[in-house]
Ligand binder design. Structure first.
Ligand code: HEM
Length: 419
């Protein structure tokens, strides 16, 4: 097995940017572990290897203390051991069962509010005879706005600042995805952090001790082993939440609808049976996931396929390559919401077959919230827009390395009576 050669695949290449999957195939087959000079890290691509690394006790998220903490601060994503489990226990109730159930009506309200304007605009154009079908950029006019609006509502933040939140999470995501260590993204990420800090610290101080039911007040007043979270800890978590739950869920919705539109028979099946949205989302997380990378640090020299990864080096797990590993999934490049080897009943838990939410102890804490947003958002689209199709002349273009998806999704539809 190879360590590093000139022919080793390059995740910074134009070939990868155009379509990473043939590159992933070469990685899995010929270079299952190798040192990638550009990112100064060890790339791992097979499902079995990634699953083992993400669950291994001798492997930590220490790398995020320089890859993520400079823009968020100290948060659960770079915590380990007792501190990590304590913070996860504190957050879990907000994102699961009762906490999530009580919040679902708000997600529906946000979805309805966001689509009302575009639907009315299109109906007016149809009524005026300007066109026969509605036309919308689902990505820019709905999917990009839904998750950030939901988080803003959970945190009880003013709608008027949504554009700032979006700018901040884009800056922070750029910093995190800056594997080539370029100065521009670094600078924009740190600026976003400063602006967020300036906005949030006074707000946190104001909410502390209050009787609000928003997540900021609840975090301020929470008891963590007899102590409260500091303002800085609450600020850092808000920052992580806006980023971790923003672009990811946005891209998940875009990627899911892109694939369904490319497979009209599967789209029709979802129109007819809405319980299949959960299967379509699970298959999207496997086939076209929003997040392609989870990075880790071995605390001791780590053996993989006869290669020794030195302790303290960075391992970059290409989770999206693992989710298309033919050693795990039959005909992995086929998008199939009915496939049996990506079990939907486990797809939103740490036991998932796909790696779209990673796994192990840092498995996405917002997985159930993401599912609720995708189900509610998708239902609202399908209820109000019949016969969805790509707009004429539009072709989807996927972009991105750390997160990947479409920046626009132009579709046409026939308005229903629900719209
Ligand atoms: C489809 C949408 C989403 C995807 C694909 C996604 C993906 C991921 C992945 C891959 C990780 C693991 C990162 C790693 O270990 O290196 C993660 C962790 C995390 N996610 Fe998500 N996520 C999504 C939605 C959300 C939402 C809605 C929230 C909350 C608002 C959220 C909050 C978090 C947090 C706090 C962590 C860190 C957990 C820990 O370290 O214990 N995510 N997510």
């Amino acid at each position: 097995m190879s360590v590093a050669t000139s022919e080793a695949p390059d995740i910074f290449s134009a070939e990868f940017a155009a379509d990473p999957h043939p590159v992933y195939q070469r990685m899995r087959d010929e270079f299952p572990v190798y040192f990638h000079e550009g990112s100064k890290s060890w790339l791992v691509s097979r499902h079995e290897d990634i699953s083992r690394i993400l669950r291994d006790k001798v492997i930590t998220n220490e790398n995020y203390s320089w890859q993520i903490a400079p823009v968020h601060g100290h948060t659960i994503i770079n915590m380990e051991g007792k501190e990590h489990s304590l913070h996860r226990r504190l957050l879990t109730p907000f994102f699961h069962r009762g906490g999530l159930e009580s919040f679902k009506p708000s997600i529906g309200g946000v979805a309805e509010e966001l689509l009302a304007g575009p639907l009315a605009r299109e109906q007016a154009a149809i009524d005026a005879g300007a066109r026969t079908r509605g036309r919308i950029d689902l990505e820019r006019e709905f999917f990009r706005l839904l998750p950030i609006s939901v988080i803003a509502r959970m945190l009880d933040l003013p709608k008027e600042r949504l554009a700032d939140f979006e700018r901040w999470y884009t800056g922070i995501m750029e910093f995190i995805g800056n594997l080539a260590d370029l100065p521009g993204p670094k600078e924009r990420g740190l600026r976003a952090k400063d602006e967020m800090t300036e906005y949030f610290l006074p707000l946190i101080a104001e909410r502390r001790g209050g009787d609000g039911t928003d997540l900021i007040t609840l975090m301020c007043n929470a008891d963590v082993n007899g102590e409260s979270l500091t303002d800085e800890e609450v600020r850092a978590f808000i920052s992580l939440m806006i980023t971790a739950g923003g672009e990811t869920t946005d891209r998940a919705l875009g990627n899911m609808f892109m694939r369904l539109l490319q497979h009209p028979d599967q789209l029709q099946a979802v129109y007819d049976d809405r319980s299949l949205i959960a299967d379509a989302f699970a298959e999207t997380l496997r086939h076209t996931p929003p997040v392609h990378i989870a990075a880790r640090t071995p605390t001791e020299d780590y053996e993989l396929h006869g290669v020794t990864i030195p302790a303290g080096d960075t391992i970059t797990c290409m989770v999206s390559a693992g989710s298309r590993d033919p050693r795990k999934f039959a005909d992995p490049d086929r998008f199939d919401i009915f496939r049996e080897d990506n079990d939907t009943s486990k797809a939103y838990t740490a036991a998932a077959d796909h790696l779209g939410f990673a796994n192990g102890r840092h498995f996405c804490v917002g997985a159930m919230l993401a599912r609720a947003e995708v189900e509610i958002g998708a239902n609202h689209v399908l209820d109000t827009m019949a016969d969805l199709r790509f707009a004429e002349g539009y072709e989807p273009h996927e972009k991105g390395l750390f997160t990947r998806g479409v920046d626009e999704l132009q579709v046409t539809y026939r308005p229903t009576s629900a719209s």
